[in-house]
Design a protein around this ligand. Structure first.
Ligand code: FES
Length: 119
């Protein structure tokens, strides 16, 4: 089982989950306002340990558009299959305009992932 450290709190999580769902499963109210489709970037995380060397084309496209390449990663576009330490960027309790974290992401990565090397 991979170790997932969220805001300094260590958890063991099931391997193969989308990172956004693994984070949510630890009880952290991370945003996923587009339902995990690489559109909104509210599932963004900074990764201090275990950043994957690959990313989906969809993640790269939206991070490029928003000038965030090299700054954050999208937890809806990452599979939790190794140890990582992350800090979510948007939490429900910090966003006054949100009434929830967003539509539930599917269990597998959407849109269908096309993997590229991390720039
Ligand atoms: S980009 Fe919207 S949930 Fe990941």
């Amino acid at each position: 089982m991979p170790k997932l450290t969220v805001n300094g709190v260590e958890n063991e999580v099931d391997s193969g989950q989308r990172l956004v769902l693994a984070i949510e499963g630890t009880g952290v109210n991370i945003g996923h306002r587009c339902g995990g489709n690489a559109k909104c970037t509210t599932c963004r995380v900074t990764i201090s340990e275990g950043e994957p060397d690959t990313m989906t084309e969809a993640e790269h496209a939206v991070l490029s558009e928003k000038g965030l390449v090299g700054e954050v990663r999208l937890s809806c576009q990452i599979i939790c299959d190794h140890d990582m330490s992350v800090e979510p960027g948007f939490l429900l309790e910090n966003e006054e305009e949100w009434t929830d974290t967003g539509p539930p992401p599917e269990t597998s990565i959407t849109p269908d992932p096309v993997w590229i090397d991390k720039p």
